[in-house]
Design a protein around this ligand. Structure first.
Ligand code: EPS
Length: 355
């Protein structure tokens, strides 16, 4: 069974939801490990005061019994604590009583760089909030929860995934002072990935294409590179490729662990570039959709920078894609089947992870 992920949830709605289908039975999950990743995502320099409202925690509604997966769809929920301030404005059903709290007035000032304008055009909306709530990066919380589950599965085959970000706190302080925002670059490294995840057979099978799509699917990501990526374009072939030694390992890793759309047994290295966040306290020029007049864009509480959060979200996205590719390769209705197929494969290709 293919590993599949479906999510739902708006930023200030009642909750974020994920359904993970295709997990093998008998996978032991630890609530603390999932919650630890949720906490990591909320931290980081430059985050919005919203993070003081939320203390993200996973709730499981289905697919788990006594901490072990049942091989049935796993349903995860992360509640939005801030919803209590939006019960009228974000009520799923027509709200009763007088408007109160946040989100009661229609947003008509689209922010350059956000989903606001194209969202209302595409879906025929009059209130930008109907677009921005789902477009918000808030729902990455539940994707991080799914990534934590993927990491638990990958741990059974010796694969570990870690994201990191370089953060310039002084630059973030400066941007905050100037009512501005910042982006940044994150890197994700996966160790223990055996050769042969993904395939050259079809473009949608390619592991690099899948990782790039997964990272591009995260809010504010505008660029992805695998290994030395763009720098490879300026090298000669003799400098760019990773030579093979007699143990079939590489003496360098400029390819970032992927060749021909498949993992090659080296560390998988990917980077994602995040644009500066588009909600500005000193807003850019826009149009008031209600009047058609020139106006400043919406000003709303937001992050100054979320690059450290992106490192955690990107780690989860890479872990999820690697788990999908590993499940595709090794199969298994029970965790033992999955691990058994992995062992047999490693024996056949005589591959051992580097220490
Ligand atoms: C976001 C705007 C801010 C961020 C939010 C993403 O939310 P709010 O408008 O409620 O302050 O804090 O991120 C999160 C809530 C989160 O948990 O990551 C946006 O517009 O994308």
């Amino acid at each position: 069974m293919t590993l599949e992920l479906a999510t739902a949830g708006e930023s200030h709605g009642p909750a974020l939801v994920a359904i993970l289908a295709g997990l093998p039975a008998g996978l032991v999950l630890e609530k603390d490990a999932i919650d630890a990743d949720l906490r990591r995502r909320q931290q980081g320099y430059g985050r919005s005061p919203r993070q003081q409202i939320e203390t993200d925690e996973v709730e499981v509604l289905a697919g788990l019994r006594h901490g072990r997966t049942l091989g049935t769809p796993l349903a995860l929920v992360v509640h939005n604590k801030d919803h209590k301030n939006w019960t009228w404005g974000m009520a799923p059903w027509p709200p009763e009583g007088e408007p109160q709290g946040k989100g009661t007035k229609a947003v008509t000032l689209p922010r350059p760089g956000h989903a606001d304008l194209a969202g209302v055009q595409k879906y025929g909306l009059t209130d930008v909030r109907d677009a921005l709530e789902r477009a918000s990066a808030r729902h990455t919380a539940v994707q991080v929860a799914a990534g934590a589950v993927a990491k638990a599965l990958l741990a059974h085959i010796g694969v570990a995934v870690q994201g990191s970000a370089d953060v310039d706190e002084a630059a973030i302080d400066g941007a905050r002072k100037d009512k501005d925002t910042l982006g940044g670059v994150v890197e994700v490294r996966a160790t223990g990935v055996p050769p042969g995840l993904g395939s050259y057979a079809r473009k949608e099978d390619r592991l690099d294409a899948r990782l790039a799509a997964a990272l591009m699917g995260i809010q504010a990501v505008k660029g992805v590179e695998i290994g030395d990526g763009f720098a490879l374009a300026r090298m000669r072939g003799s400098e760019a490729h990773d030579e093979i030694d007699t143990s079939r390992r590489r003496t360098s890793n400029r390819a970032g662990g992927i060749e021909g759309g498949m993992s090659n047994g080296e560390e998988v290295v990917v980077r994602a570039a995040m644009k500066p966040l588009p909600t500005l306290m000193k807003p850019l020029a826009s149009v008031d959709l209600a009047t058609g007049e020139a106006a400043a864009a919406l000003v709303e509480r937001s992050d100054v920078a979320a690059v450290e959060a992106l490192a955690v979200v990107a780690e989860a996205a890479v872990a999820w894609e690697l788990a999908v590719a590993a499940k595709e390769k090794f199969g298994g209705d029970a965790v033992g089947d999955f691990v058994g197929a992995w062992r047999a494969y490693l024996e056949r290709i005589a591959w051992r992870r580097t220490p």
